[in-house]
Ligand binder design. Sequence first.
Ligand SMILES: Cc1cc2nc3c(=O)[nH]c(=O)nc-3n(C[C@H](O)[C@H](O)[C@H](O)COP(=O)(O)OP(=O)(O)OC[C@H]3O[C@@H](n4cnc5c(N)ncnc54)[C@H](O)[C@@H]3O)c2cc1C
Length: 383
Amino acid sequence: MDFTLTDEQKMLRDTARRFAENELAPIAANVDLDSDVPASVIRKMAELGFMGIVFPERYGGFELGEVGYCLVQEELSRACASTAVVLGGHVSIGAMAIYLAGTDEQRERFLPALTSGDRLAAFALTEPGAGSDAAAMRTTAREDGDEFVLNGQKTFITNGGIADVYSIFARTDEGRGVRGISTFIVEQDTPGFRAGPPEKKMGIRGSHTTDLFLEDVRVPKENLLGTRGQGFKVAMRTLDVGRLSLGAQCLGAAKQALDLSIRHATQREQFGGAIARLQAVQFMLAEMAADVYAMENIVYRTAQMCDNGDPFGREAAIVKLFCSEALNRVVDRAVQIHGGMGYMAEYPIERFYRDARITRIFEGTNEIQRIVIARDLLKKKMY
Ligand SMILES: Cc1cc2nc3c(=O)[nH]c(=O)nc-3n(C[C@H](O)[C@H](O)[C@H](O)COP(=O)(O)OP(=O)(O)OC[C@H]3O[C@@H](n4cnc5c(N)ncnc54)[C@H](O)[C@@H]3O)c2cc1C
């Protein structure tokens, strides 16, 4: 595989790196403390084109593919996981569901305002009684003349309350199992639709996570995304993309945790010299580097598969599983290398440690990724 970046991709990476270093890193601790990614940061990402990197030009995007998008997510995640998650909720799952499932007319109607960042998107699949078992959802969409009427509750929705456009999954046909689920666009100001208060979280605190309540929410039939009954497929295809770019977020965070650990190990002195001279510390750094190198390779290899139009569902699950577990190993070692300082909120590594934990849970838990991978292996009866 050729991992050489094009000039355009290098420029995009450098832009994201400058933004992350100059504008995100200095405020990341406050984003965490205030539990809010400021609207100005979201606006700036829109100005830099980050909201539209992956989408075709005809919908206002830049057509820089998943490789381009992963480069941006990697850089943002070196500075502020919360900001990367806000962008991910918008691009990789919220707007992506519209792109993957929408008709041309629906794409033209909704995507330009999302790729420009004028409006923010969210993706609402999970419910209080339907997490890993998404097909158990109870939100319904009943046909009524030229409209669908939605009732139900979604939970743990990224960008809840701040998004303008929601890709929402609901049951249109009782008794048809996963084939009875459809996807709808619900705009934030639709009567009967409201978000709950933001959840208080262990990490990625700057991203808003809320419940969504739908009480007799009427949407025109034109807001049914794509084909009735295809919603579960839409959710799974969207999550493949989400899982891949989550890998890039894990990679960026892991690289930063490793760099901070190298710096600390070379500066901190104990027993008459830098702790970096101790083999126990060197071995931890080496293990971290091995994880980072493997993450980097599988993220960009899978992003290329996606951009080439090759199937990448199993690989996306592997990326999500491996990168999230690797990141958790890396940040754990990073805290260890930092000693007591690693446990103090004053130093960024404490935030990286908290932020990392969610990556093993959302976009499908790692247990679910193992199921996806094993099912695919057994279906094809070979690697
Ligand atoms: C911060 C945050 C942001 C989120 N953002 C979004 C979002 O934007 N949109 C959205 O739709 N959802 C979102 N989610 C929801 C997230 O995807 C779910 O939390 C996740 O899929 C797990 O569902 P659950 O929490 O109900 O856990 P459960 O499904 O209750 O799982 C609990 C445990 O049981 C295990 N388990 C369950 N079933 C199996 C099985 N068959 N085999 C083995 N183990 C199993 C799980 O792996 C887990 O360890 C978000 C969640 C969080 C915490």
